[in-house]
Design a protein around this ligand. Structure first.
Ligand code: PLP
Length: 416
């Protein structure tokens, strides 16, 4: 007889990560058939046209020039002191809201999402999110027994479903008077959508309306993992809208170095807390420092140092931004090509505003995904559609992929 050793709260199905599994199958196909015969649109990392991971030299030159002790020493629990200050400036750019801030190191944006869900929702409190979402939000909610609730992301015109948000937000806030609302924007994973300024105004009006009840505790979790790939700088303007919020509205920005510094494996990000009250950001800081200590203790010193060294040196900062812009433009070209071709062949996709992914809504995603794979196009079948990682696919393949997808979708749908 086999016995079960994991405690009830930590018992999960024995399953491999499906995205990494299909990415491995795509790699095998490339090995067997050659790169030109296979479209690998699976993984959310930027690759060049030869299939090599794009890495920003400014970032990795800096890493290689750090002294051993700058890499080896423990950092303070909340992160290097310079990093705590610099990451706020890097995060908001020219559009710092009128508010108090503090930042705490986290291992990637994931750590910041984790801290938010643990710290600002209690057991069975609701965490609301659009129905096209990055899966770890739910994984974390499951782990901590928070109630994860979704609403349809778009209305019938493929605009942000503010009405759906409002209904879900107001209804669920009533339950325990505490809620977290997740927004992964700009350049949402997986849809490529960015909430517009007008949509933000409406969303914030609804939030401020509920904040009139001083018993309510409202947290906005703003996941900006792809922000640097969502425009040429002005995409950060919306941050200004978080100025002078009511005290019972707290904003936690999940900042990540994974995409914006191509530093995925260095596991560095930050939880940036924002409030109109100094006391509330202090409370945030000490609570998240405690969570750091209990989960991973100190952070990765070298990557924090890299961010500060680049931020504080004019020349390095210039090179970094030039390299980043090059990567962003490459992505933009690929996405434009895909969008144009999709339009030509009549493939209906979600409105793309930036980031690593384009998504195609369909109710038959698994069958279509399987059929695409049989035709050597590897993309991710999500519950409500197909996610195509433009970040990983050369422009010439972005040109041919929409027709392949359209033909297969038509075939699968015809056989239904
Ligand atoms: N948020 C979204 C939507 C993501 O897609 C990712 C990475 O894929 C992250 C956050 C955080 O990544 P990391 O923990 O590597 O910073």
């Amino acid at each position: 007889m086999t016995i079960k050793m994991t405690a009830e709260n930590a018992s999960w199905p024995k399953e491999e990560d499906p995205i990494f599994a299909i990415a491995e199958r795509a790699d095998n196909a490339i090995r067997d058939l050659g790169r030109d015969k296979v479209i690998n649109a699976t993984l959310g990392s930027l690759y060049d046209d030869d299939g090599n991971l794009i890495t920003l030299n400014t970032v990795f030159d800096e890493l290689k020039h750090l002294r051993n002790d700058e890499i080896a020493a423990y950092s303070p629990i909340a992160g290097n002191n310079d990093f705590q200050e610099d990451v706020v400036n890097v995060c908001f750019g020219d559009y710092k809201p009128d508010a108090y801030f503090r930042a705490v190191y986290t291992p990637g944006g994931t750590g910041a999402v984790r801290h938010c869900i643990w710290t600002y929702a209690g057991a069975s409190d609701p965490v609301i999110c659009p129905d096209w979402y990055w899966k770890p939000y739910k994984t974390i909610c499951d782990e901590f027994e928070r109630e994860f609730i979704t609403y349809p992301i778009f209305d019938e015109n493929f605009q942000y479903n503010v009405e759906g948000f409002e209904k879900t937000f107001r209804e669920n806030l009533k339950k325990n008077k505490r809620i977290i609302s997740i927004f992964n924007t700009p350049a949402n994973n997986p849809t490529g959508y960015s909430i517009s300024d007008d949509e933000w105004d409406k969303i914030l009006d609804i939030i401020k309306d509920e904040a009139k009840d001083m018993e309510n505790r409202i947290t906005i979790l703003l996941d900006i993992a792809y922000i640097e790939y969502a425009g040429d700088g002005s995409q950060k303007k919306f941050f200004k809208k978080f100025s002078n919020l009511p005290e019972n509205v707290f904003v936690l920005v999940a900042f990540s170095m994974s995409k914006s510094y191509t530093a995925y494996g260095l596991r560095t990000g930050a939880a940036v807390g924002l409030s109109s009250s100094q006391e509330i950001v202090d409370e945030f800081f000490y609570s998240c420092s405690h969570a750091n200590r209990s989960n991973w203790s100190n952070g990765v010193r070298s990557s924090m140092q890299i961010l500060s060294n680049i931020y504080r040196d004019e020349q390095k900062s210039k090179s970094y931004h030039e390299e980043l812009e090059q990567a962003r433009k490459l992505l933009e070209r690929r996405a434009e090509t895909f969008v144009t071709e999709a339009d030509k062949v009549g493939l209906r996709i979600f409105p793309y505003r930036g980031g690593f992914f384009i998504s195609i809504p369909t109710e038959n995603s698994q069958e279509i995904g399987d059929e695409l794979e049989a035709n050597n196009l590897f993309a991710i079948a999500l519950p409500k559609g197909i996610r195509f990682a433009v970040c990983a696919v050369p422009e010439d393949q972005c040109k041919i992929a929409p027709k392949i997808i359209k033909d297969i979708m038509d075939k699968v749908e015809k056989n239904k």
